[in-house]
Write a protein of this length. Structure first.
Lengths: 75, 404
């Protein structure tokens, strides 16, 4: 599938198709908890919270951004 | 003059969230009659009495694990045409890939879920180093639309992906065929709420250009056009509150609110201060998709405090409701709701934080949905800090409001 270009002012593309099959559901014979994640501890969640101090992930390309310029170092 | 009328405005306490809360809370909410469901980082909660009382639905254990385990981003929707609840959950990367889950619960068996998982390799077998993040979702007359960004294991943005899933199959629990589309040139695609025959989504295209994509319910073709909006600035952002506490440390200019009503689609994002806008504000652009022209720019701004992280949705009459934050200056961040009223906006604070966050952590998205069955009203999600700065001091806010 070709991609849209930032330079085009209008255009169109067709979607692709796929299948996700039949849904899954809880097995009444097996408790849900058996296949579930472990309940996180407060410390686990504190660690996740600490990760949020990292810079936010990019929202996508920003086409008017000038690239960083790195001058050559002297030999 | 019309004003905001609160039908229900309640904070979700510790028993509702088990203090599984984060300052990057990303709450969403939906209702159907007396039933209500709220999601956020890292909890979900359900009410059967119109938001009066809440009980935890733990996203770590309510459903079986997938990929590297439950991660974070969630969205809940209620689709009245098929009487289904839609719960989208993002899972942690396992190796180089992750999945997101679309779980469905029928209205008459609310709380009993079946689900489909989606991973990048199901779309393209060569996408082996790709994982989904930052979802959005909306429904039209016949489909559920979902968007995600996708990153590689180095954390570098790779593409955005949009999905279209038939509501009838989601309801019937049959074999789910679906359509999907991807772009490597535009990210953080925000879907219009209130759609019927077509869903729109938009992304910035550099400078003041906005690229608007349309995907009709009855077509597999995504078409786009561009509009020029007036000048705005994409940073730096700052709106320190009492004590100089910053709450806009993570924000960027991605579109976070979008709606469609009649022949118009509107888009909202947070812009930084500029001339005549002394604080960060919500930049608005409304386009007529039949003429492909910009028709108005009803910004939401204030002299003393910033507006940020807007979400939007039309009610049944096409009046645009909003859910957003207001803070800085003399205020810690406050959750705010309201609606478009003539040329302006009528807004009311639902709750004000007692503290500001440490490290500027706040966001990344809110939700505003049409209420059901009283569709002239809205449901909004928000959150505040109450009594401290710790993540456990976060209280999600469930707001049901209308026009007074």
């Amino acid at each position: 599938m070709s991609d849209s270009s930032p330079e085009d002012t209008s255009g169109a593309q067709d979607a692709a198709v796929a299948s996700a099959g039949e849904p899954q559901q809880l097995d009444e014979e097996a408790p849900a908890a058996a296949a579930a994640d472990e309940v996180p501890t407060a410390e686990d969640l504190d660690a996740r919270e600490a990760n949020f101090t990292r810079p936010r992930k990019a929202m996508g390309p920003e086409t008017d951004d000038a690239p960083e310029t790195i001058p050559e170092e002297p030999e | 003059m019309a004003s905001v009328r609160f039908v229900r405005n309640v904070g979700l306490g510790d028993s509702a969230t088990s203090t599984q809360t984060s300052t990057i809370n990303e709450p969403t909410a939906a209702t159907s009659g007396n039933n209500a469901f709220v999601t956020g980082n890292w909890f979900a909660s359900r009410s059967t009495d119109s938001g009066g009382t809440w009980s935890l639905v733990d996203p770590f254990t309510a459903l079986p694990s997938a990929a590297g385990g439950f991660c974070c981003d969630q969205i809940v929707l209620y689709e009245p045409s098929r009487d289904i609840w839609i719960w989208i959950l993002q899972y942690i990367r396992s190796g180089t890939s992750n999945v997101f889950r679309v779980a469905i619960s029928r209205g008459n068996t609310f709380g009993s879920w079946y689900w489909w998982d989606f991973n990048p390799q199901a779309l393209d077998a060569t996408w082996t180093d790709l994982w989904f993040d930052y979802p959005d979702a909306t429904t039209s007359a016949n489909n559920l639309y979902i968007t995600f960004n996708a990153f590689n294991t180095a954390g570098v943005w790779q593409r955005a992906v949009a999905f279209k899933l038939p509501l009838d199959t989601l309801r019937s629990a049959g074999t789910l065929g679906y359509q999907w589309w991807s772009t490597t040139t535009h990210g953080s695609l925000r879907l219009t709420q209130g759609a019927s025959s077509s869903v729109f989504f938009a992304s910035h295209n550099g400078g003041t250009k906005l690229r608007v994509f349309g995907w009709p319910d009855s077509s597999n073709t995504i078409a786009w056009f561009e509009v020029d909006v007036s000048a705005w600035s994409r940073g730096p952002y700052s709106a320190p509150g009492p004590g100089g506490v910053e709450w806009l440390g993570r924000i960027d200019s991605r579109i976070t609110g979008a709606w469609v009503a009649g022949t118009r689609a509107g888009f909202l994002w947070t812009a930084s201060a500029r001339a005549n806008r002394p604080m960060p504000y919500v930049k608005a652009a409304v386009v007529d998709f039949t003429t492909k022209a910009l028709v108005e720019e009803p910004d939401i701004w204030n002299q003393q405090s910033a507006f940020a992280y807007p979400a939007a949705c039309p009610n049944a009459q096409g009046v645009i409701g909003v859910s957003l934050f207001f803070g800085g200056g003399t205020r810690h961040p406050a959750h705010t709701v309201g609606f478009r009223d003539g040329a302006g906006w009528q807004l009311a604070l639902s709750r004000v934080s007692t503290h500001g966050p440490t490290n500027g952590t706040w966001g990344d998205y809110l939700a505003c949905k049409k209420n059901f069955p009283t569709s002239s009203e809205w449901i909004a999600s928000g959150y505040t800090l109450q009594g401290g700065t710790d993540r456990k001091n976060i209280e999600p806010q469930f707001v049901h409001f209308g026009i007074g």
